[in-house]
Design a protein around this ligand. Structure first.
Ligand SMILES: Cc1cc2nc3c(=O)[nH]c(=O)nc-3n(C[C@H](O)[C@H](O)[C@H](O)COP(=O)(O)O)c2cc1C
Length: 389
C-alpha cells in the first residue's frame, strides 16, 4: 500500500485517513466536543512535558515489552475502545484487533462497534478486552457482559464518563450523529468518496446490509440509522459505585473502570476492588472543560497507592508520549485515534503501521533517556524546571 509506505508518523496516517474518508466519518473520529478545548489541553500538556537525555548509557538492547495483569505485552500500551473502526474500514474492529494481536498488545472492543464480539474472539487472536456501558435497564448490560464472558474476553472495561452524552456539534451539523441521519450534505460527502463507498458501505450492503450495533442486545441491534441509541433503556445516567459490586458478581475476569479524573473517585473504585483504572477524559470528546489526563495522573497514582493498575489515555500520538505516561506514573497507555487513523488510512496494514511507528519512536526515546527496560522508566526522566531532580 503505497500511501501507507510513505507515512512516517501518526500525523501522516491521519492525513491519508482524512483524504480517504467522508468528512463526517473523519470528523467523528478526529475531533473533540464543543470548542475542542479538552482536545487541545491533552496535547498541550503532553507537549509541555519534557524529558531529559541521559547520556553514555549502553542502550544497545532496548526491550519495550512489559506485563499487564500478569501477562506479557510487547509495548506499554493497549488499543482503546472506539465505536467507529467499522465505518472507517469494512469490519475495521476485526482489522484493528488482528493488528493488535500481531503487534502483541491487547485490543479493546467497544460496545458500540459494528463487528460482533464472537467474530472478534473467533478470528482475531491476541488479548481481548471488552468495553461496557451500564445502561439504565441494567439487565441489558448484564446480558452483554455474559456474552463477553462466554466469548472468552479477558478484561471488562466499564466506561463511566459519559454523563448525559456528548454535545458534538460538528456531528449534528454533518448528520453523523446517533442515529445517523442522511442529509444532502452527508449524501454528497459520501458520493464524493467512491473508494470508501464501495469498499466499506458497498461490502456491508452486499453481506449483512447496513452496519448495525452487533454487540447490543438483539432487540436493540438496529442499523446505525435506527433509533436504538435514543431508547430510554439504553441511557447510562443511573449509575453508582454499587454497580461495581454487581459487575463483580457476574464478571470473573479483570475489571477496569474507565474515565476517572479525580483521586477520590479512584479511591472509591479501588475500595470496591477494581483491578484497573483508566485515567481518561475520553480523548477530549465528552466534557470540554476537562484538564488533560497527564495533568491529573500523578495525584490519582498516589491515591491508588499500588492497589490497582493505573492506565491512562487521551492524546497519545508519539512513542515519546508513552514514555511520558509511564514517567508520570501510569503502567500502560491506551491509544484511540493514533491507531484509528491507521485503520482509516489502510485497514489492518495501516494499524500495523501505526503500532510500528509508536514502537520505533518509543525505542528511540528510551535510548535518549537512557532506559533499556520499561520498568526503568520513572519520574527521574522528566525535566521538572529546576535541575535538582
Ligand atoms: C472515534 C472515537 C470513538 C470512541 N468510542 C468510544 C467508546 O465507544 N467507548 C469508550 O469507552 N471510549 C470511546 N472513545 C474514547 C477512547 O476509548 C479513548 O478514551 C480516547 O480515544 C483516547 O484519546 P486519544 O484518541 O487521544 O488516544 C472513542 C474515541 C474515539 C476517538
Amino acid at each position: 500500500m503505497a500511501r501507507i509506505d510513505s507515512c512516517y508518523n501518526i500525523a501522516d496516517l491521519r492525513e491519508v485517513a482524512r483524504r480517504r474518508l467522508p468528512r463526517g466519518v473523519f470528523q467523528y473520529m478526529d475531533l473533540g466536543t464543543e470548542d475542542m478545548v479538552a482536545l487541545r489541553n491533552n496535547r498541550a500538556f503532553i507537549e509541555q512535558t519534557k524529558l531529559l537525555n541521559q547520556v553514555l548509557v549502553d542502550v544497545s538492547a532496548i526491550d519495550t515489552s512489559t506485563e499487564i495483569f500478569g501477562k506479557p505485552t510487547s509495548l506499554p500500551m493497549a488499543i482503546a475502545p472506539t465505536g467507529i473502526a467499522g465505518l472507517a474500514w469494512y469490519e475495521g474492529e476485526l482489522e484493528l484487533a488482528k493488528a493488535a494481536a500481531k503487534a502483541g498488545v491487547p485490543f479493546t472492543l467497544a460496545t458500540g462497534s459494528n463487528t460482533a464480539m464472537e467474530k472478534i474472539a473467533g478470528e482475531a487472536g491476541g488479548r481481548l478486552w471488552f468495553q461496557l456501558y451500564m445502561w439504565r435497564q441494567k439487565e441489558l448490560s448484564y446480558e452483554v457482559v455474559k456474552r463477553a464472558k462466554a466469548a472468552g474476553f479477558e478484561a471488562l472495561i466499564w466506561t463511566v464518563d459519559i454523563g448525559l452524552g456528548a454535545n458534538r456539534e460538528h456531528n449534528k451539523r454533518n448528520g453523523f450523529n446517533t442515529p445517523y441521519k442522511m442529509n444532502l450534505k452527508s449524501a454528497i460527502d459520501m458520493m464524493t468518496h467512491p473508494e470508501w463507498m464501495m469498499s466499506v458501505m458497498g461490502r456491508y450492503m452486499m453481506n449483512d446490509g447496513m452496519p448495525r450495533h452487533a454487540n447490543y442486545p438483539p432487540q436493540f441491534q438496529r442499523k446505525i440509522t435506527g433509533k436504538a441509541s435514543q431508547s430510554k433503556a439504553l441511557r447510562a445516567d443511573q449509575v453508582s459505585f454499587d454497580d461495581i459490586d454487581r459487575l463483580r458478581d457476574i464478571w470473573p475476569g479483570k475489571l477496569i473502570i474507565k474515565g476517572i479524573m479525580r483521586p477520590d473517585d479512584a479511591q472509591k473504585a479501588v475500595e470496591r476492588g477494581v483491578d484497573g483504572i483508566v485515567v481518561s477524559n475520553h480523548g477530549g470528546r465528552n466534557m470540554d472543560s476537562a484538564p488533560s489526563t497527564l495533568e491529573v495522573l500523578p495525584g490519582i497514582v498516589r491515591a491508588v497507592g499500588g492497589r490497582a493498575t493505573v492506565i491512562v489515555d487521551s492524546g497519545v500520538r508519539r512513542g515519546s508520549d508513552l514514555v511520558k505516561c509511564l514517567a508520570l506514573g501510569a503502567k500502560l497507555a491506551l491509544t484511540g485515534r493514533a491507531t484509528l487513523y491507521g485503520i482509516g488510512a489502510g485497514g489492518q496494514a495501516g494499524a500495523e503501521k501505526a503500532l510500528a511507528i509508536l514502537k520505533d519512536e518509543l525505542r528511540r526515546t528510551m535510548s535518549y533517556v537512557g532506559r533499556s527496560r520499561i520498568g526503568d522508566i520513572d519520574g527521574d526522566v522528566l525535566w521538572r524546571g529546576d535541575r535538582s531532580n
